[in-house]
Design a binder for this molecule. Structure first.
Ligand SMILES: Cc1cc2nc3c(=O)[nH]c(=O)nc-3n(C[C@H](O)[C@H](O)[C@H](O)COP(=O)(O)O)c2cc1C
Length: 316
C-alpha cells in the first residue's frame, strides 16, 4: 500500500460489524482458516468466512467432487465438514488467533439443524455473524431447497433470527431461482441483517468417452469468472429492488478475480465482497484486489470505499 492510497478509508460496516476492508473469503474456499496459512496472510481479509458447518460431521459426496471448467470450476463437495462440536473444539482457537471478525456459514437439512448451530455459536466470542447457506435439500419438506422458495426462506430465516442475539444474521442467496428479488425480500422480511450472494449455479459436466457425468454427484455448483456478469446483475437487482430501501448490506461474490471485478460489484450495490474460486488459482489475489480498489478510489477522488457502493449510473 502506498502513502497515496492509504488516504482512502477501506473499512466497511456489515450490520454493526466493522471490517478493516471489504474483502473476505467465500465460504468453503478457505476451510477454517488453517488451510491457506502457507500461501496467504489471512489477516489481509477484512473478515473470515468458514466453510458450512452442520450439527453433525459430514463426509460429503463421493469423488470426483470438483472439476475445472473453461472459465471456472464445478464442485459437489456435499457440505463435508467436521461438525459443530469439533468445529468449536478444534477450529475456533485457530480462528481466534486471526484477530478478524468471523462469520460462520451454517447449513442444514431441517430448520432444527440451522437452529442448533446458530444457538451454539451465540456463545462463541470470536464469531460475529452466521451466514445461512439455504441452498441445501430440505428433506423434511419433500426434497426442495429452502433457498428457492420464498415461503421456505422466510420460515428458516425468521426461526434463526429468533436465536441470534449477539451474532449478525447473513442470508446467502441461491441464484437457482426465477426471481432472486423474491427470495431476497423473503430473507429481509424474515430478519436478515445482511445478504450474501451468490452461491453456485447447478451445472453438469459430461465425460464424453465414458458417456458419464464427470462428478460422482452427477451435478455440481458452477463458480468462477463464468458466473460473474450474472452475479453482478443479480446484486444490482437485489440492491435496487430490496436491499437499498431496507438498509441491508450485500456481500457480493461470484467470479471475483481482479480489482476491476470487485469494483463492478461495489458499484452495482455490494457493500462487501467475497473471493472464492480465484483463491485456488492465486491465493494472494486478495492483496492485489485490495490495492487495486485503493488506487481506483484515489484516482476518482473518493475518500472511502463505502461512497462507491451502489453508485451505478443508469440512463433510464
Ligand atoms: C470448492 C468450493 C466449496 C464451496 N463450499 C461452500 C460451502 O461450504 N458453503 C457455501 O455457502 N458456499 C460454498 N461455496 C460457494 C462459494 O462460497 C461462492 O458462493 C461461489 O463459489 C461463488 O464465488 P466464486 O465464484 O468467487 O467462487 C463453495 C464454492 C467452492 C468453489
Amino acid at each position: 500500500m502506498t502513502s497515496e492510497t492509504s488516504k482512502c478509508d477501506m473499512s466497511v460496516d456489515i450490520a454493526g460489524v466493522k471490517l478493516a476492508n471489504p474483502l473476505m473469503p467465500a465460504s468453503g474456499t478457505c476451510g477454517y482458516g488453517d488451510e491457506y496459512a502457507d500461501f496467504l496472510d489471512i489477516r489481509r481479509f477484512g473478515a473470515f468466512v468458514t466453510k458450512s458447518i452442520t450439527p453433525l460431521p459430514r463426509q460429503g459426496n463421493d469423488y470426483p467432487r470438483v472439476v475445472e471448467t473453461r472459465a471456472g470450476m464445478m464442485n459437489a463437495i456435499g457440505l463435508a465438514n467436521v461438525g459443530l462440536d469439533e468445529f468449536i473444539r478444534a477450529k475456533v482457537p485457530t480462528l481466534r488467533n486471526l484477530g478478524l471478525p468471523v462469520f460462520v456459514n451454517v447449513a442444514g437439512v431441517t430448520v432444527d439443524d440451522y437452529l442448533t448451530v446458530a444457538r451454539a455459536l451465540e456463545s462463541v466470542d470470536v464469531v460475529r455473524g452466521v451466514e445461512l447457506n439455504i441452498s441445501c435439500p430440505n428433506v423434511k419438506e419433500g426434497g426442495i431447497q429452502f433457498g428457492v422458495d420464498p415461503a421456505q426462506v422466510y420460515k428458516v430465516v425468521s426461526a434463526v433470527r429468533g436465536v441470534c442475539r449477539k451474532n449478525v444474521l447473513i442470508v446467502k442467496l441461491s441464484p437457482n431461482v426465477t426471481d432472486i428479488t423474491a427470495t431476497a425480500a423473503a430473507a429481509v422480511d424474515g430478519g436478515a441483517q445482511a445478504l450474501s450472494m451468490i452461491n453456485t449455479f447447478t451445472a453438469m459436466a459430461v465425460d464424453v468417452e465414458r458417456r458419464r457425468p464427470v462428478l460422482a454427484n452427477v451435478t455440481g455448483g458452477l463458480s468462477g469468472p463464468a458466473i460473474r456478469p450474472i452475479a453482478v446483475n443479480m446484486v444490482h437487482r437485489v440492491y435496487t429492488k430490496v436491499a437499498k430501501a431496507a438498509g441491508v448490506p450485500i456481500i457480493g461474490m461470484g467470479g471475483i478475480q481482479h480489482a476491476n471485478d470487485a469494483l463492478e460489484f461495489l458499484i452495482a450495490g455490494a457493500s462487501a465482497l467475497a473471493v472464492g474460486t480465484a483463491l485456488f488459482v492465486n491465493p494472494s489475489c486478495v492483496v492485489d484486489i485490495a490495492d487495486g480498489i485503493q488506487r481506483y478510489l484515489v484516482r476518482h477522488g473518493y475518500k472511502s470505499v463505502s461512497e462507491l457502493v451502489g453508485s451505478l449510473q443508469v440512463d433510464k
